[in-house]
Design a protein around this ligand. Structure first.
Ligand SMILES: C[S@@+](CC[C@H](N)C(=O)[O-])C[C@H]1O[C@@H](n2cnc3c(N)ncnc32)[C@H](O)[C@@H]1O
Length: 231
């Protein structure tokens, strides 16, 4: 179901996290601070070893629940963060009506997963997400574009949604002499096409020296529960 994770991902983290993932880690931390959910319970979906999740930020929560099918990733997460999430079922049941209902008090973070799962029908999946998340505080960071031998110049990125033609303009080919370069457009950004009033962020994740990702972060500007509380 997922194109990511497992031993190859942990090996890449071992090899390149310290030397190449710094920007991604800082940008992810800044994105999560902007989201800053007031809830005390967090549901994490697909955190892997939590490589890009800041320990201090996780400390805002009294309780962390998580879906992560990779058993080694769970152990790495616990060791890295000194936090033992309540590990729920392995695969989050995407597409199931009421899938978030058992997590009444939780904020939800899709942790760099939505760009890496197979989505058969983007429109249907997007409708399911918008229906299931409408009363909830949630955020997602996910792959928007990826490729080899390229960088993404996100200097002009604001807090608004950037559509594919704009994302493509941010592609910078490192060595224009190499000939054809392929850039993969992931489905995840389209899942949020029908959502209203989201705040967007964009940054580069250099997974390996050659393989780079344009990451998109999104969350709703308005918090349903916080509004109810203030009434
Ligand atoms: C790219 S990794 C996440 C990276 C992570 N955010 C980090 O900080 O390194 C995606 C993870 O999603 C997990 N995954 C795949 N399908 C899933 C599902 N249906 N529910 C929950 N996790 C899933 C994979 O096992 C993998 O560990």
């Amino acid at each position: 179901m997922s194109r990511s994770g497992g031993i190859p991902y942990h090996l890449k983290a071992m090899l390149y996290r310290k030397s190449r993932w710094g920007v991604h880690e800082r940008e992810t931390a800044a994105f999560l601070e902007r989201w800053n959910p007031p809830e005390k319970e967090l549901l994490l979906i697909g955190p892997s070893g939590g490589y890009s999740l800041p320990r201090a930020w996780l400390g805002h929560f009294d309780r962390v629940l998580a879906y992560e099918p990779d058993l080694l990733a769970r152990k790495i997460f616990e060791r890295r963060h000194g936090v033992k999430p309540l590990w729920l079922g392995r695969y989050f049941p995407f597409g199931k009506p009421g899938a978030f209902q058992p997590f009444g008090a939780s904020a939800v973070l899709f942790s760099n997963l939505l760009g890496q799962i197979e989505i058969r029908n983007v429109r249907k999946f997007g409708n399911w997400l918008s229906e299931e998340l409408k009363e909830r505080n949630w955020a997602s960071f996910h792959d928007a574009l990826s490729g080899y031998g390229i960088d993404f110049d996100t200097e002009d990125a604001g807090r608004e949604r950037a559509l594919l033609p704009v994302l493509k303009k941010w592609v910078h080919v490192r060595n224009p002499g190499v000939g054809r370069i392929e850039v993969l457009a992931h489905d995840a950004p389209d899942l949020f096409a029908n959502f209203t009033d989201l705040q967007y962020s964009y940054w580069q994740w250099t997974l390996t020296p050659e393989h780079t990702f344009l990451t998109e972060g999104v969350f709703p500007r308005k918090r349903p529960r916080a509004e109810e509380e203030s009434c």
